[in-house]
Design a binder for this molecule. Structure first.
Ligand SMILES: C[S@@+](CC[C@H](N)C(=O)[O-])C[C@H]1O[C@@H](n2cnc3c(N)ncnc32)[C@H](O)[C@@H]1O
Length: 273
């Protein structure tokens, strides 16, 4: 009997051990995802008895704490696949709370503005749910805008580079934003997957984490239609401070939704008009 399968399995086990030693919580599952990417498996259930050529190089990247989503260049969000590049923030499942809150707040929106669109994931999810609506995504990063345009292909969306809503004209039934909200001093202590791979522009919320909220909320009354609503993603513990900023700009808080972990994550604001 050939010893090859046993040797192949031992090499796979050694790679999984390497990921575990690097601090990866689910080393075997992630190795399977990378085996699929290397072309050596069709699904998570399809587990071959040896590493496919190329798997070791991918596993080395993961052991250096590059996220699987960055290695494979895409991320699923709201049951759609989004291309990722170095300029795009990696969409988080928690941000689906923003989509749910937005659909509940303005079920029949005709247009939607997404400030800080990144990969375009919020805008694409919303437009996919309401094919009659059109959307505008704004991002400061030209590279993120290019990726968002590719991710929004086939949807009624425009993407432009800009500084929040400063250059946007007109009014919108729905405005959504997941702004950078990490206090600058906390970025160095984030997990390497986040600190070293999400763009700094997507993370850094200034000294208290609230700089982007101040800028967005200041311009929001001019951008919301009379019956419109805005939905902002919140960082942990930011609900009271963001609510105070919103009310100072004449925007009443209508609802706050928690994510699956029970953390207040999406704040719904009404129009003052
Ligand atoms: C946390 S990411 C969110 C990306 C995406 N909406 C999502 O939910 O995955 C924040 C985004 O805001 C963008 N951004 C940062 N400062 C900006 C500004 N002044 N104007 C517009 N976009 C900005 C970043 O480039 C980044 O794409």
């Amino acid at each position: 009997m050939s010893a090859a399968p046993a040797q192949g399995r031992a090499r796979l086990a050694a790679l999984a051990d390497r990921l575990a030693a690097a601090g990866i919580a689910e080393p075997r599952r992630e190795l399977r995802l990378l085996q699929i990417e290397a072309g050596g498996a069709r699904s998570l259930a399809d587990w071959p008895d040896r590493p496919h050529p190329g798997l070791e190089a991918l596993a080395n990247r993961r052991a250096a704490r590059e996220p699987v989503s960055r290695i494979v260049g895409r991320r699923e969000f709201w049951s759609r696949d989004f291309l990722l590049t170095a300029d795009t923030f990696d969409p988080r499942p928690d941000s689906e709370t923003v989509v749910e809150a937005a659909l509940a707040a303005v079920p029949a929106f005709g247009n939607v503005l997404d400030l800080g669109t990144g990969s375009g994931c919020l805008l694409a999810a919303l437009l996919a749910e309401r094919p009659g609506a059109w959307g505008l995504g704004i991002d400061r990063s030209p590279g993120a805008c290019r990726t968002a345009r590719r991710n929004l292909k086939g949807l009624r969306a425009f993407v432009a580079a800009g500084d929040w809503g400063a250059a946007v004209a007109g009014r919108f039934d729905l405005v959504v934003s997941n702004p950078p909200y990490i206090p600058s001093a906390e970025i160095a202590a984030l997990m390497p997957e986040v600190r070293d791979h999400d763009p700094r522009l997507a993370l850094d919320g200034g000294a208290d984490g609230l700089d982007a909220y101040r800028a967005i909320l200041g311009g929001l009354p001019r951008l919301l239609s009379p019956a419109g609503a805005a939905v902002l993603e919140l960082g942990i513990g930011q609900a009271d401070a963001v609510a105070a900023l919103a009310e100072a700009n004449g925007l009443p808080v209508r609802d706050i939704r928690a994510d699956l972990a029970g953390i207040p994550r999406a704040m719904v604001l009404g129009s003052q008009l």
